[in-house]
Design a protein around this ligand. Structure first.
Ligand code: CDP
Length: 204
């Protein structure tokens, strides 16, 4: 069976948590496409190679390591993400993943618009910036980071502006995406909404 779920939305909106839960519920494979851009951003920080060269030579090992989730790497990711050659280099891997048998969920910024415009289900997960910054601040603090809420909020806003404002594959909800605003939703309720949308589409 081929069944593709595209989940997009701004930084720290809950895409990852929802994607993992929906994937587990339906037995689909899950790809966090943000990790691809984070891996390129992290390697570019310490390499002489161009972002395009790094993206073309990405390996499974590059997707490992706890620091991939850090705020510094997130900023680095959003600085290489506007480069068309970087996005092109990561395209085939994402397409192949989306078409795998058994169902696939991809989450990112341009999945419903560019990577999988024909996805069976498209969700756009969002929340107000303060709520997203608070969640990300709690997440980073739990991992031992000594960052502040104000720093995280500024980071999230800067990254959203860069992601939404770029010319190539900007962050935007697809016309046919179902919007889930998680500002006032518990994580259980957000997951339940997403599961319901997918279940309905699978039935139909
Ligand atoms: O986890 P969080 O939502 O904070 O970010 P992420 O999904 O890991 O993405 C990190 C950065 O990669 C984003 O800010 C984007 O600049 C870039 N990205 C992208 O351009 N396209 C995607 N499909 C996924 C991520």
């Amino acid at each position: 069976m081929n069944f593709t779920v595209a989940i997009d939305g701004p930084a720290a909106a809950g895409k990852g948590t929802i994607s993992k839960a929906v994937a587990a519920h339906f037995g689909f494979a899950h790809l966090d496409t943000g990790l691809l851009y984070r891996a390129v951003g992290r390697k570019v920080m310490v390499s002489d190679a161009s972002p395009e060269e790094v993206a073309l030579a990405l390996t499974a090992e590059d997707l490992m390591g706890d620091d991939l989730r850090s705020a510094e790497v997130a900023q680095a990711a959003s600085k290489v993400a506007p480069i068309p050659e970087v996005r092109a280099a990561l395209l085939a891997f994402q397409h192949d993943f989306a078409r795998r048998q058994g169902g696939a969920i991809l989450d990112g910024r341009d999945i419903g618009t560019v990577i999988c415009p024909d996805a069976d289900v498209k969700l756009y997960v969002t929340a107000d910036p303060e709520t997203r910054a608070e969640r990300r601040f709690q997440e980073l603090s739990a991992k031992g980071s000594d960052t502040t809420y104000e720093t995280v909020l500024a980071d999230v806003k800067a990254r959203d502006a860069r992601d939404a404002g770029r010319a190539e594959a900007p962050m935007i909800a697809a016309d046919d995406a179902v919007l889930i605003d998680t500002t006032n939703l518990s994580i259980e309720d957000a997951i339940a909404s997403a599961v319901q949308v997918v279940a309905q589409r699978l039935k139909g």
